[in-house]
Write a protein that binds this ligand. Structure first.
Ligand SMILES: [Zn+2]
Length: 312
């Protein structure tokens, strides 16, 4: 035993320095996993209850309302992501959306000619997705579900991996659901970025991105691409979304002000819709690439190609 506050935190084989602590969880930079995550890692059964019953009902009750308000923007950004996937695959094909939520991304995939199917643990969200005419199974994506659904050209996980106690296990499972040469597309919050460090360490803003028990894992591009490689995927594309942190730097502290947050979000939507709607998606991509180089970007998308052999 040691009382050294800088000693690495150890828990069930995970070990690394503590970056932040909140609500009984420590975020560690885990040397065993190669990415930042909380310890203790919550029990899988407890999480299953959260995502089946509570997440879309109690924890994020406004998500559907906001998504309906954002529909035009969600469709435009969904289409842009699907265009990237079509370019990397060389065609449209079959797509499985794991954690399909209310079904907005899946609906765009279907509309653009993909053979689209989803899996979503939340009763409420899956019901909404089905009301859009989508094929969505209401369950947690596990080995039995993967075996039943068969293989796809693309597996997509949008804002899923940060919630899971075993992200490496999930990526390996996704590999079993992919055809040879198929693509895995994962978007997650982009965390512990340079701009977050400036805001927190130099400007005294609290570390708002630390959000257990919902967010268990905190990826950046290096750690997510590393996880791809270790689970049988060769990264072939990475991009970030608009850095909402810029509003904090510009004096618009929306962290405890949901109305201001929606206002900032509306400005970001306006920028993206102006460029996407006027045929200038390449300029938006270039803008995002610049933000990524500067260590910014609210979410991160990494696409990887399944390696020849199934991951062990
Ligand atoms: Zn670990």
């Amino acid at each position: 035993m040691t009382n050294d506050p800088d000693a690495p935190r150890r828990w069930n084989g995970h070990h690394g320095p503590v970056l932040h602590s909140r609500d009984g969880f420590d975020v560690i930079d885990c040397a065993a996993c190669g990415f930042r995550h909380v310890v203790p890692i919550p029990d899988e059964d407890a999480l299953r209850d959260i995502y089946k019953h509570d997440y879309h009902v109690k924890d994020k009750p406004l998500m559907l309302q906001h998504q309906l308000e954002d529909r035009e923007w969600l469709e435009a950004t969904g289409d842009a992501r699907l265009a990237v996937l079509e370019r990397l695959l060389g065609r449209v094909g079959s797509l499985l959306d794991v954690g399909a939520g209310n079904g907005f991304f899946l609906a765009r995939a279907k509309a653009l000619g993909w053979a689209a199917r989803g899996v979503e643990p939340s009763d409420k969200a899956a019901a909404h997705a089905r009301s859009l005419g989508l094929a969505v199974d209401c369950e947690t994506f596990g080995p039995a579900c993967a075996a039943r659904l068969g293989r796809f050209d693309v597996v997509h996980l949008g804002e899923v991996l940060e919630h899971l106690p075993d992200p490496a296990g999930m990526l390996r499972l996704c590999g079993t659901a992919l055809n040879p040469g198929g693509l895995l597309a994962v978007s997650v919050p982009n965390d512990y970025t340079a701009v977050q460090r400036v805001l927190h360490q130099d400007l005294g803003v609290r570390p708002w991105w630390v959000a257990p028990p919902h967010h268990l894992n905190y990826f950046d591009r290096d750690s997510l691409e590393g996880l791809f490689r270790r689970t049988g995927f060769a990264p072939c594309h990475a991009a970030v979304s608009f850095p909402m942190e810029l509003f904090l730097l510009m004096g618009k502290n929306y962290l405890d002000d949901p109305a201001l947050g929606r206002e900032c979000h509306a400005m970001r939507k306006a920028l993206e819709l102006a460029l996407l709607g006027s045929g200038n998606s390449r300029l938006l991509e270039a803008l995002h690439e610049g933000f990524a180089r500067a260590g910014m970007g609210r979410t991160l998308l990494v696409v990887g190609r399944k390696q020849q052999q199934d991951a062990p």
